[in-house]
Write a protein that binds this ligand. Structure first.
Ligand code: COS
Length: 387
């Protein structure tokens, strides 16, 4: 699946212009209001951003992974909240349905997801199951043709705006193979939301708990109609999400470098531009070299992702997606830190964009699998006997 090169180039130029002309001027408002203006969300829907990764047969734009990462890179260059508005529809919220859902589920849900009429959110994490996702405790007990869901999901991105959740619950005993993935409407009786989380950064993005108390969903809402497959669906969805995150991290790194270079050209000390000092140049150079490495790696992995069978698991690609996520999210942490350093005292002031970016990128090393989980996946892959 891919959009033809000409249409894709047009889309990329449109996205660039949209970010420059519509989103960048609204960044301060997002930071201070802690919300994305509704009018901009509507414009995002018109542009088709909610359906970037959904095949054209289901009403989306049908980007390949190699194309999607380029759009993620562009969105890395503006406030994180904008990408987050449609991020779960494009990624972790919808991809489980696309990869493992029945044809009926795809036809019913994906066109609405692609149009942004239905916001999908991904509910895996729980108070006692973060990195150890297979330890999740939310129960899905079968009662005739219905599953009864009970439990708590934590830090769920876009939960306040979600119309439905891709939600993992335990239906069949302990361990990963006892987990099933459900499509749960936000309106289901017994489903309630916790209060919005107050986060360190990424203002304008919304997360909260999702509480399930005797929520009854038909057995037909099991993704793929088969129990016990939910953990693998979640892992496949996360592989893809990790690559998207790596690309976004590269986009932020690009922005930090651009801001830092601009500042280094304009700020004068000791009678000259600070950018003329080699110690400043060294920081800029390290950031540029690291971005180049991370972006090359991400593009290579996306190409490999597109080459494998759609929806299939490929341990080598999973391992490389973890390499990209690990390297790029750690890289952007270092780049943002140097960005603040180049800005000196100004870099610690909220009016300067690097201060926000420094806080915003901290999350990238945590969500969709911490750096330590990525190390574990890579290490295990190398130690496999058949590797
Ligand atoms: N694609 C497809 N299948 C996968 C897979 C992948 N990327 N990763 C694992 N699996 C399969 C395994 O092959 C195994 O299948 P079999 O039982 O048929 O052998 C099954 O899933 C269980 O895998 P594993 O034994 O590796 O599970 P673990 O409990 O040891 O956990 C980690 C694996 C730690 C990698 C997983 O729990 C994880 O990614 N944790 C982080 C969760 C996360 O990212 N949370 C972020 C919040 S969501 S935004």
């Amino acid at each position: 699946m891919a959009l033809d090169p000409e249409s894709f180039e047009l889309l990329k130029q449109t996205v660039r212009r949209f970010i420059k002309e519509r989103l960048a001027p609204a960044e301060d408002e997002v930071e201070h209001q802690d919300a994305v203006p509704k009018a901009l969300v509507e414009e995002m829907k018109q542009l088709g951003l909610f359906g970037l990764s959904i095949p054209q047969e289901y009403g989306g734009i049908g980007l390949s992974m190699a194309q999607e990462i380029q759009i993620a890179f562009e969105f890395g260059q503006t406030a994180a909240a904008f990408r987050s508005v449609f991020g779960t529809n494009v990624g972790i919220g919808s991809q489980g349905i696309l990869m493992d859902g029945t044809e009926a589920q795809k036809q019913e849900l994906l066109p609405k997801v692609a149009r942004g009429e239905l916001i999908m959110s991904f509910a895996l994490t729980e108070p006692n199951a973060g990195s150890d996702a297979a330890a999740l405790e939310t129960r899905g007990d079968k009662d005739g043709d219905v599953y009864v869901l009970n439990g708590t999901k934590r830090f769920i991105t876009n939960a306040p705006s979600a119309g439905a959740f891709t939600l993992m619950a335990r239906t069949d005993g302990p361990g990963p193979n006892g987990i099933s993935a459900f499509i749960v409407p936000a309106s289901a009786p017994g489903l309630t939301l916790g209060k919005p989380d107050k986060k360190m950064g990424q203002r304008g993005t919304k997360t909260c708990d999702v509480l399930l108390e005797n929520v009854r969903v038909p057995a037909a809402s099991l993704i793929g109609g088969v129990p016990g497959k939910g953990f693998k669906t979640a892992m496949k969805v996360l592989d893809r999400g990790r690559l998207h995150m790596a690309a976004m991290a590269c986009g932020v790194a690009q922005r930090v470098i651009d801001l830092s270079v601009a500042y280094a050209k304009q700020r004068k000390q000791f009678g000259q531009r600070i950018g003329d000092f080699q110690l400043i140049q060294a920081m800029l150079a390290d950031s540029q070299a690291e971005l180049y490495a991370g972006w090359s790696m991400t593009q290579d992995c996306a190409r490999r992702y597109d080459e494998k069978a759609p929806g299939a698991a490929d341990p080598d690609v999973s391992m490389r997606a973890s390499c990209a996520k690990l390297f790029c999210t750690e890289m952007v942490g270092r780049v943002a830190d140097r960005g603040v350093q180049v800005h000196g005292g100004a870099g610690y002031i909220n009016e300067y964009k690097v201060e926000r970016l420094f806080r915003d990128v901290r999350l990238l090393r945590l969500y969709e699998g911490t750096s330590q989980i990525q190390q574990l996946i890579i290490g295990r892959a190398l130690m496999r006997d058949d590797a």
